[in-house]
Design a protein around this ligand. Structure first.
Ligand code: HEM
Length: 151
């Protein structure tokens, strides 16, 4: 997620603007990266139809929250990373009775980290091209293996 933050800061022509805090920006990053995709799984307790697909009672379903968060019907230009436009109704923490139990802690941590980090080190930036960063494409939780930075 830090990679996205660094890139978003480098790419934004509103870099110096304080009109939005990380309170709303973090929602965009949570939506865009959806770092815990397919960890939401459910068992149908009755026959149900979802988006034209029929699911029988007893069948298991693995939910792609990334797919939901990149649905153009829900988010305009979902592949565009614009931290200023908000994404309050994203599904990065899942949905329903089993949605992420730690989401309030995670939201608070992200906000405090980003607010503090960029206030304390305003010149913080990537020390390598974003395209060269090694990604965990084979793990359950998405992220980078390493993130070289400079300031
Ligand atoms: C950015 C950080 C995090 C993300 C993106 C995330 C995402 C998720 C997702 C997608 C689920 C599945 C929800 C569902 O099935 O509908 C989940 C479940 C869960 N998460 Fe997180 N999580 C994060 C941080 C945390 C933290 C910090 C804690 C604990 C301190 C935590 C505890 C849990 C627990 C206990 C569940 C299982 C809830 C249940 O099955 O009822 N998570 N999380």
């Amino acid at each position: 997620m830090l990679r996205g933050v660094a890139r978003a800061r480098c790419g934004s022509n509103r870099r110096g603007s304080h009109s939005h805090s990380w309170q709303s920006r973090k929602n965009v990053l949570l939506r865009y990266f959806t770092i815990a995709d397919t960890v939401s799984s459910r068992l149908a307790t009755e026959d149900v139809e979802v988006g034209g697909a029929s699911i029988k009672a007893g069948e298991g379903v693995i939910v792609s929250t990334l797919s939901a968060n990149w649905d153009p019907a829900a988010f305009k230009n979902p592949a565009e990373l614009d931290v200023e436009r908000g994404a309050r109704h994203h599904l990065a923490f899942g949905f329903g009775p089993h949605q992420c139990l730690g989401q309030n802690l995670a939201r608070m941590e992200l906000q405090i980290v980003f607010d503090t980090l960029f206030r304390r080190i305003p010149t913080l930036r990537l020390a390598a091209p974003a395209e060269d960063l090694p990604f965990k494409n084979d793990a359950v939780i998405y992220g980078v293996h390493e993130l070289p930075v400079t300031w």
